[in-house]
Design a protein around this ligand. Structure first.
Ligand code: NAP
Length: 254
């Protein structure tokens, strides 16, 4: 979309999956694309994925920089965003996409699994939003898009931590939308359904089949289905939309 040109966009969790597709949706428009990723378990493999995202964007004629930053660390996010401002002078769009799952039945769920999911999915979005908002308020312009999930509205067994984090994201979206609207900043959420990424590929076959049964459009979503809606919400055409949750789920929630 041409109206993204000269904008600075930050995408959390952009090395793969939906985040990579979102990065690509901004490529080629003269946009400064910054994304992060974070995997302490296998840093080399994650860095290779990030380099691949950067290359896909430069092949499409765009500019992107990927940096290993944990969204759950206020210090790390702070220096990352400071670097972006030093290099481009702005933060126009923030997409809070980074997310993890640690599934399990409630009675067996470890406190650690609850905390990890909340830290990345909800606290991470809070930290990034808080830091980016300071710059956006000075600019009197900004677009914040949060990645929720259909299960944040419908609930899902075996995902008490994840569902709570995504319901929290919806609350965060609505509260911050009201708070920042007078400063020219819109805040919306996108709620994907069952999208083909590594996150869903790791689900047991039975759970994948059960998900497919719940999709009226009869197919799993693709990362591009979600990225197109994110790009729209970031565009000038979406200037009058704020505080909304847009479901991209093939009708899983109607
Ligand atoms: P994914 O393929 O697992 O990718 C997750 C991304 O988040 C990766 O880039 C990962 O980086 C990054 N990340 C994880 N922990 C991080 C941290 N602490 N700090 C910074 N980055 C971190 O996931 P996805 O399926 O694309 O999902 C993207 C978002 O959509 C998530 O918020 C997810 O909850 C939501 N969503 C997905 C679906 C679905 O069906 N796939 C449905 C509804 C909602 P590394 O590569 O370094 O690990």
């Amino acid at each position: 979309m041409s109206d993204h040109s000269k904008k600075t966009v930050i995408i959390t969790g952009g090395s793969r999956g939906i985040g990579r597709s979102v990065c690509l949706s901004f490529a080629g428009a003269g946009t400064n694309i910054y994304f992060n990723y974070f995997s302490p378990v296998n840093p080399a493999a994650e860095e290779a994925l990030a380099v691949e995202t950067e290359k896909l964007i430069s092949d499409a004629g765009g500019f992107a920089k990927g940096i290993s930053v944990n969204v759950a660390s206020e210090n790390e996010v702070s220096s990352f965003f400071e670097q972006v401002i030093n290099e481009t002078g702005r933060i126009d769009v923030l997409i809070n996409n980074a997310g993890i799952t640690r599934d399990g039945l409630l009675i067996r769920m470890k406190e650690r699994d609850w905390d990890d999911v909340m830290d990345v999915n909800l606290k991470g979005a809070f930290i990034c939003t808080k830091i980016a908002a300071k710059t956006m308020i000075k600019q009197r312009f900004g677009r914040i898009i949060n990645m929720a999930s259909v299960v944040g509205v419908t609930g899902n067994p075996g995902q008490a931590n994840y569902v709570s984090s995504k319901a929290g994201i919806i609350g965060l979206t609505k509260a911050v939308a009201k708070e920042l609207a007078p400063r020219g900043i819109t805040v919306n959420a996108v709620a994907p359904g069952y999208i083909e990424t590594e996150m869903t590929a790791s689900l047991p076959k039975k759970a994948q089949e059960a998900m497919m049964q719940q999709i009226p459009l009869g197919r799993a979503g693709k990362p591009e289905d979600v990225a197109a809606v994110v790009a729209f919400l970031a565009s000038d055409q979406a200037a009058y939309i704020t505080g909304q949750v847009i479901h991209v789920s093939g009708g899983m929630y109607i």
